[in-house]
Design a protein around this ligand. Sequence first.
Ligand code: FES
Length: 68
Amino acid sequence: GDDILSIAHEYDVDLEGACEGSVACSTCHVILPEEYYNLLPEPEDDENDMLDMAFGLTDTSRLGCQVK
Ligand code: FES
């Protein structure tokens, strides 16, 4: 895949992805720079639901597996 989670794994970045991209966990939580966050389409409802459970949620948080 070409989402942030897959790319992180390709480069040996230690980002977890417990549910392997099925939007059933928040272990792939990433905090993005605002400039980048603003370029992305809004998160879907299922992503927002999981983000609400992420540790240290910020205004520019996303689930890494959902961001391409
Ligand atoms: Fe579980 Fe992204 S890997 S929501």
